[in-house]
Design a protein around this ligand. Sequence first.
Ligand code: 13P
Length: 332
Amino acid sequence: MNKQTLIQTVARLMESPKGILAIDESMSTCGKRFAKLGVPETEEKRREYRELLVTAPEIEKYISGYILFDETIRQSTKEGKSFTSILQSKGISIGIKVDQGLADLPNHPIEKITQGIDGLSKRLQEYKSMGASFAKWRAVYTVGENTPSVECMQENAILLTKYATLCQELDIVPIIEPEVLIDGDYTIEQSYETNAKNLDIIFSELRNSNVFISGVILKNSFVFSGKEAGKRVPAEKVAEMTAKCFKAHIPAHIGGIVFISGGQPGDEAAINLNAMYQAGPFPWPLSFSYGRGIQNEALQAWAKNPTDVAGAQVLLLSTAKNNSLATLGKYK
Ligand code: 13P
């Protein structure tokens, strides 16, 4: 492990006022989003859409890194330029989602563990040779009466730690993403409790395995109420509770923290991020790593009118800029 390389990659990714764009939807997730908008679920359509995202002019002003999916890291523009070479020419770091989706957690109905540890080191080596300097692994947790269970949190923490270890051995920065899902009618207090307990378990596991914490980026949910809990909690309260939770349960020397947009409605992800600025300062750099929170409008416009790529790219740039402003507390 070369700690200096890891620290440099973290610094590049967390450079203010930029964030990370996640375009790493699996084929099935991407397919579902396409189907809703009437876009054919084909490899060529996915390539065409991702070309729009990768070639958006000036996106590098607001985005430091793109997280790609296995299919996407191998794709090229219609003219035959690889997506990775385009990102590199813009100075954007290349990331890769390396988990292989979710499986049922035995004896725990509705709970999930993440798959993909088998053969991971080999896959990471290949991605590194293709230019990837960081990776992502997502675990999910459902907040309910008896969930997440300790077993779910513990099993996922072990997997996140194995993944982080394998990444760092190859000087790849691991983004660890414990996503507390927005689905459900839970209160913000329940979200606080869940995040707090889960972060404690994860960091204890990471520490026990000597993972280099300053060379890790945490991708976390905001502490907020569930989507079905009725009226959304105001951003100031979300920021206050999130800041309190993070300060108490995340080591001060973590490389950086980025948020998931996680299906928050409208521009709530930008508004909540903006409010976080007022709740600072923090010991760690803070930004976003949004998928839907940045892509939604561009995807809808492109689905309606696939020939107007430039128009969709303008929308992409505008949401990326808004979220960049939000990292500075300047989003209105
Ligand atoms: P959303 O921001 O759309 O939730 O996606 C981010 C992500 O990377 C989920 O794994």
